[in-house]
Design a protein around this ligand. Structure first.
Ligand SMILES: [Zn+2]
Length: 135
């Protein structure tokens, strides 16, 4: 269902407005870390067993390494959980913003049908591209 440019722009404004409602947010995920003693006959050897002394941890990636934090209290866990939920909301909004902008870019007409590059323009453009870092 193709939307018109004004409709898409209104949709984008709506998404952008939601960004201002974001609260405290942090990346990471909460998982249970537990010890497995290694005895094949122990209950912890079963795949769905919580293991010994399971602990809640917040793990996140810092420069390629996983950093784990523990929660000193249930309220610390609840706080972290809502901050992570907020981060997921931020990610979803970002995806929506990119998607609607993509559609806008596809529909946005050229400002004016200008002719070809002048040799000076092209030279300047190529020089600026060369200076961009490689991806
Ligand atoms: Zn065990």
């Amino acid at each position: 269902m193709p939307s018109s440019l004004p409709e898409l722009e209104a949709q984008r404004s709506k998404i952008l407005a939601q960004f201002t409602t974001l609260g405290d947010l942090r990346s990471g995920s909460i998982c249970a870390v537990s010890r497995r003693c290694g005895k094949p006959t122990c209950h912890c050897a079963k795949p769905d067993d919580p293991g010994h002394n399971p602990q809640l941890r917040l793990t996140r990636n810092v420069e390629g390494k996983t950093v784990a934090e523990s929660f000193p209290s249930p309220s610390a866990w609840r706080k972290a959980q809502s901050e992570i939920d907020e981060y997921h909301r931020f990610q979803k909004l970002t995806e929506e913003l990119i998607a609607v902008n993509q559609k806008i870019c596809m529909q946005r007409p050229l400002e004016a049908a200008s002719g070809t590059w002048t040799p000076e323009e092209k030279k300047r453009l190529l020089r600026s591209l060369k200076r961009s870092p490689a991806r």
